[in-house]
Ligand binder design. Structure first.
Ligand SMILES: [Zn+2]
Length: 268
């Protein structure tokens, strides 16, 4: 499932193709996504001019004026690309034609994605703080620690009602940088460690965005490219291999049902 860096990369690569373009045609071939595409979806988009593309949590928000957004969530396997769709149109559920002649198409074999038109952030559910925003501070995390002492630090980082966009891969990688084991109860994390986590999360996400995301997450950017960050994983999916920093064998275990990796030498 794409995480924050992948969705951010999709937004950045969509922007040059989309901004200033008028939507001429919308062709919905399959409405059955995680939530069905609403019947008035095409009608709400045709004729609108795209003014911006931004990310909120793991949603792509395409601004179409009057505070309305064309909202796309990539689900598990969704791809929002610009160009010619594959000739057989397999799993291509939506095609949108723009006045510059380009086509934006949505392809999603597993159909866990979502597509709708919303006013503002209406209908996106309860969304926590953006980890790349100015609200993501050590005071915020320390405050959360008081109320969530029994959950593991990794589960808290992945709870989108508190902090959005961090999935399993980047939670593991950020905790390596912070020197904190993913298995630790949040209530046992010190103030100094909370400060290290507050620095590590945006650092890892920014590095991943700079690499165009990770190709392990079954995603492509708007130009059809995959990312390269998986080559720089420190712990994720490296169980039994030597830590790149200290040589200790990386351990892997399940935390709240998700695979978690850490270096016993570098993480306390
Ligand atoms: Zn190590």
């Amino acid at each position: 499932m794409p995480e924050l860096p992948e969705v951010e990369t999709v937004c950045r690569t969509l922007r040059p193709h989309l901004i200033g373009r008028r939507i001429l045609r919308v062709d919905v071939r399959e409405t059955r996504l995680r939530r069905p595409i609403p019947p008035d979806f095409a009608e709400s988009l045709v004729g609108r001019v795209i003014q911006g593309v931004r990310r909120r949590a793991k949603y792509v928000l395409i601004e179409i004026g009057d505070g309305d957004h064309w909202v796309v969530h990539l689900g598990m396997s969704g791809r929002l690309c610009v160009g010619d769709p594959p000739a057989d149109l397999g799993h291509v559920h939506v095609r949108v034609g723009l006045d510059g002649g380009e086509t934006v198409y949505y392809r999603d074999p597993r159909r866990f994605g979502l597509m709708l038109v919303s006013q503002g952030e209406e209908g996106l559910g309860e969304l926590g703080v953006e980890p790349l925003g100015s609200d993501f501070t050590s005071d915020l995390l320390w405050g959360l620690r008081r109320r969530h002492r029994r959950v593991t630090v990794k589960s808290l980082l992945m709870d989108s009602r508190r902090i959005v966009g961090i999935g399993n891969i980047y939670a593991n990688e950020a905790l390596f940088v912070a020197g904190v084991r993913p298995t630790r109860r949040f209530g046992r994390v010190t103030r100094r460690e909370v400060e290290a986590i507050t620095r590590a999360v945006p650092e890892i996400l920014t590095r991943a965005i700079d690499s165009g995301g990770s190709s392990l997450l079954d995603y492509r950017d708007a130009d059809g490219r995959s990312g390269g960050f998986q080559q720089r994983f420190q712990v994720y999916d490296r169980r039994g291999r030597p830590c790149r920093r200290c040589g200790t064998e990386i351990r892997g275990r399940l935390v709240s049902g998700r695979s978690s990796f850490y270096c016993p030498g570098c993480q306390k």
